[in-house]
Design a protein around this ligand. Structure first.
Ligand code: ADP
Ligand code: MG
Length: 388
């Protein structure tokens, strides 16, 4: 039996991979009716720190992993006393906190976007002299970081918890809108592209990477992934090398996603890391010898890493709840193509912006895959538009 913290779609796909390899999976997730619930062998509905639930997992599972970035690191620490845990609490603690994450990357000489940590914004507010009648001399705050993006340090995702700010006054306003919680201010860069690498590292230190994915976002949410990324061989090699370095410096055991910004001069900066399989790696299910989820199972179970070789080019498109506003989309227009694979996550409530599923197009070239992927996307969107 394997244990899984979190019951979202990443968990569902992990469970499916584990079951097809002959394992059974128990999920610990406080919520009911999540994507994992219809496939899990067993479901513990309790808080992630619930002592009885953790005890139950520890005594019945040989290994425990997570699909949820914000699982308390403490849960993993407790479980690690009794069974194999991948990834480790310390790695997850770094990845789930932007301040720790940025400081870790910068301290290890890995290029990051220029940033400043804002722990105590009351001080900042005071130094702005906003409450005084004549704002005589204001210190120049955060030189070189405006225009910037303010990001909450914890619990942000899919562009949530982020505000663009042009100057210190806007920054102060944004901080107050975030209840003055700890944040990171980043310089807003003009990005040539965004790419990501899924890196796998086993308990014996064996490491490999999946092909580099090029990611396009819409409204802060991943929209389309194109693989292999349309970047130079040098960028591909550098991205893979940096991803391995991140995993090694973290002493990471498991599947890790490293998101990069590619600048016009070819420089690669690490944007953020996710201590789990990632949406930008969903293409691996249909396009690689081993999927990112099978890799997660393999590492957890102490097996050697699977091959990350790719069958062809692939384009993955996310399906958001917006498409469901007038009911379930008409899938025939997608499924009549022999090289297109549909994955739905079994979510009953289709809210706008919610990830309901994805599809992957496999073709010989990225151009061909992209063309068909966009045709299908357009047809799904126009069907949706026609309905409203
Ligand atoms: P999330 O946790 O929501 O994925 P990210 O930090 O990855 O947060 O930001 C989401 C997206 O916003 C990025 O993929 C990128 O498109 C854009 N973005 C974030 N930071 C910057 C930046 N410093 N400069 C330019 N674009 C950015
Ligand atoms: Mg991101």
């Amino acid at each position: 039996m394997l244990g899984l913290l979190g019951g979202g779609q990443l968990g569902r796909m992990f469970i499916m991979a584990a079951q097809s390899m002959g394992y059974r999976v128990t999920v610990l997730d406080p919520a009911e009716g999540n994507p994992s619930s219809s496939v899990a062998n067993r479901h513990l509905h309790a808080d992630y720190l619930d002592a009885d639930a953790l005890g139950e997992l520890a005594s019945t599972c040989a290994g425990v992993t997570t699909e949820f970035e914000n699982v308390p690191a403490e849960s993993l620490r407790i479980l690690a006393k009794h069974c194999v845990v991948s990834p480790a609490a310390n790695s997850v603690a770094v990845a789930q906190d932007r301040i720790l994450e940025k400081n870790f990357l910068a301290a290890n000489g890995l290029g990051v976007v220029p940033y400043a940590v804002i722990q105590n914004s009351h001080e900042l507010h005071k130094s702005l002299n906003l409450d005084e009648a004549s704002p005589r001399k204001r210190p120049e705050l955060f030189p070189g970081l405006f225009p910037g993006i303010l990001k909450v340090s914890r619990f942000g995702y899919d562009g949530k918890g982020q505000v663009r700010v042009k100057n210190a006054i806007e920054l102060d306003h944004a901080l107050s809108g975030m209840n003055r919680t700890a944040c990171v201010l980043e310089k807003l860069l003009s990005l040539e592209r965004e790419v990501s690498v899924i890196v796998s590292r086993g308990f014996d230190g064996e490491v490999n990477t999946f092909p580099v994915s090029e990611n396009q976002h819409r409204n802060g949410i991943l929209d389309v992934s194109i693989v292999p990324a349309r970047v130079s061989g040098t960028v591909v090699q550098k991205a893979r090398e940096i991803a391995v370095r991140v995993a090694e410096k973290l002493d990471y055991r498991g599947v890790l996603c490293v998101e990069f910004f590619v600048l016009a001069d070819g420089r690669l900066l690490v944007n953020e890391i996710a201590p789990r399989p990632h949406n930008s790696g969903h293409y691996t299910i249909d396009a690689c010898v081993t999927s990112q989820f099978e890799q997660q199972v393999r590492i957890l179970c102490g097996l050697s890493l699977g091959s990350t070789a790719m069958h062809g080019a692939a384009v993955m498109v996310n399906l958001l709840g917006d498409l469901w506003q007038r009911g379930e989309p008409e899938w025939e227009q997608l499924q009549r193509h022999p090289n297109v694979k549909l994955h739905l996550y079994g979510k009953l409530d289709a809210r706008p912006g919610r990830k309901m599923g994805h599809y992957t197009v496999i073709a010989e070239t990225t151009e061909a895959a992209l063309q068909l992927a966009l045709e299908i996307k357009q047809s799904l969107e126009s069907q949706h538009r026609a309905a409203i």
